[in-house]
Design a protein around this ligand. Sequence first.
Ligand code: SF4
Ligand code: FE
Length: 480
Amino acid sequence: MKTIRTKEDYLQSLRELGSVIYFNGQRVADITTHPAFIPHINAAAKTYELAQRPESEDLATAISHLTGKRINRFTHIHQSVEDLIKKVQLLRLIAHETGSCFQRCVGWDAMNATYMTTYEIDQKHGTQYHARFVEFLKRIQSENFMLVGGMTDPKGDRSLPPAQQEDLDLFTHVVEKNDKGIVIRGAKAHQTGGANSHEILLMPTQAMRPDDADFALVAAVPLNAPGVVQIFGRQTNDERKLTGGMDAGNPDYGLVGGETLIVFENVFVPWERVFMLGETEFAGLLVERFATLHRQNYGGCKGGVSDILVGACALASEMQGSAKASHVKEKLAEMMHLAETLYAGSVACSAMGSKTASGAFYPDPLLANCTKHNVTRHIYEIARLAHDVAGGILATMPSEKDLNSPEVGGYVRKYMAGVKGVSPENRMRILRLIENMTSGTALVESMHGAGSPQTQKVMYGRLGKMDMKKKMAAKLAGVQ
Ligand code: SF4
Ligand code: FE
């Protein structure tokens, strides 16, 4: 198959793929021409476009350790600490162009977690998963496909393990095995970029018990495979995407990722696409690795998105005549401090990364978890400060149609005026961008994307070296 290089190649590949996707009760024949999807596709397309630009080639591409060829970095297996740091720099750079989630990191992290873990499964069990995965990965690298990382199962009754759910499909699982492959049923929820990805790399959603063997599955499935159905989720104010223009806030790139519920209705997967099945003791490790690799990212992309929000608030305050007020300067400085703190966490966990047995590099898991945990707090605080600086007009502003109305447009222009010389229209555009970037869906994504805060706290108990800390304290205090 032809390598996807440009944005047009990417759009064409999605049209050819023809995945089954529903939105708002309707099947969408072509997502590349549907306004609910276009902004998200534009954002993901940046991962292709930046690889084409000479000035970003060093960050957006890498040399494959498998083939020696130059590949898109979103298909690369990290070979050094420098690669880990470049990942974070790349995410901040792309966020500066999109102001929203560009989605492709999830599949990238799934590929890296699978690469490391299949190597170790084979070491223990003498299986052939790693070699199979390497063959799959070579194809993904050469075709430059976008993968979605399929981890989160719907989970049903959270108090019950997978094998004890009344409806077993609430955790994706194997229902049949034969000499050609397996048949799976179930679903993956909150799948960022699912609608505009080519394949899904399925992983278990949590640590598994020995009797959960049919749920301990890692496998790759093309998203146009028979039996795969996607249902696109709603977002705050998403009707504004349908009309486009100023009221959409960030009309070209939308609002966070665009997520689907991906259903697997008796989907056949050939053995060469199965990279783990039944090795339940590795499920927890795989989950931890994927989570760490994705939590590593959040100071990169959210740091970059926050940079735009700081700029938008500074512009809004200049347009409204409040830029010189000391409390506004103070709040903008506070926003920058929080954004740089997020970025610093991502750089730190990357700088402290280490080599796994497979040769792939892995960020420091404790620091990566702290980074994502900070995002669950700092993004809300940055949004709070943005609302404070921008003013109540964020919640009450007339629409673009009213601005352009022959009857009331004059009033909107007159009463949306700010500092002399600033066009009311520009002021409204900036305020809509702030509204978009601090809205409900954007905040919830920062809370729960890459795992809820409680999943990060669990890691402090596991990795936080409490015994060592108690010993240090006891020694200084002279406790016998
Ligand atoms: Fe990438 Fe950030 Fe979106 Fe996750 S939230 S897919 S790290 S841009
Ligand atoms: Fe995310």
